[in-house]
Design a protein around this ligand. Structure first.
Ligand code: HEC
Length: 113
């Protein structure tokens, strides 16, 4: 227990996000965020604010308890589709990687929010 609080306070001191030091959440937040930027997802989504697309926190809340969450989100990010933005149909981007590990990491990251 004591060790934990020490680790927690170190985390705060250097402003490391909690998710990167909590072992339960295995997702690599830095790589997930990098992939979101590289794939231009950040144009329409942010972690905790609604933009043209829903906040990833809301996506997480919506899918967290669903058995097929990983499969559904993976499909949504890797297969092209259309979404409605301001009443117009726009192409929903896909992640700019073919590495299934990075995709899975991003899905895990979103579900950990
Ligand atoms: C043109 C703006 C736009 C871009 C770019 C975009 N999204 Fe979205 N995204 C949306 C909108 C709008 C929705 C809501 C669609 C709906 O609810 O039908 C959405 C929904 C989602 C959802 C939730 C799906 C659901 O069923 O609730 C996920 C996950 C998601 N986007 C991930 C991504 C990722 C990852 C990227 C980058 C590869 C990305 N989006 C790029 C606009 C965008």
């Amino acid at each position: 227990m004591k060790m934990r609080s020490v680790i927690a306070s170190i985390g705060c001191a250097v402003a490391v996000s909690v998710s990167s030091i909590t072992p339960v959440l295995a997702a690599d937040a830095a790589d997930a965020n990098k992939l979101l930027r590289e794939s231009k997802c950040t144009k329409c989504h942010s972690i905790d604010k609604k933009k043209d697309g829903p906040a990833y926190k809301d996506v997480s809340a919506k899918y967290k308890d669903k058995a097929d969450a990983v499969a559904t989100l993976t499909k949504h990010m890797t297969e092209p589709g259309m979404v409605e933005v301001d009443g117009e149909q726009e192409e929903h981007g896909t992640v700019k990687t073919r590495d299934p590990k990075r995709v899975k990491n991003l899905v895990d990251f979103i579900l950990s929010l």
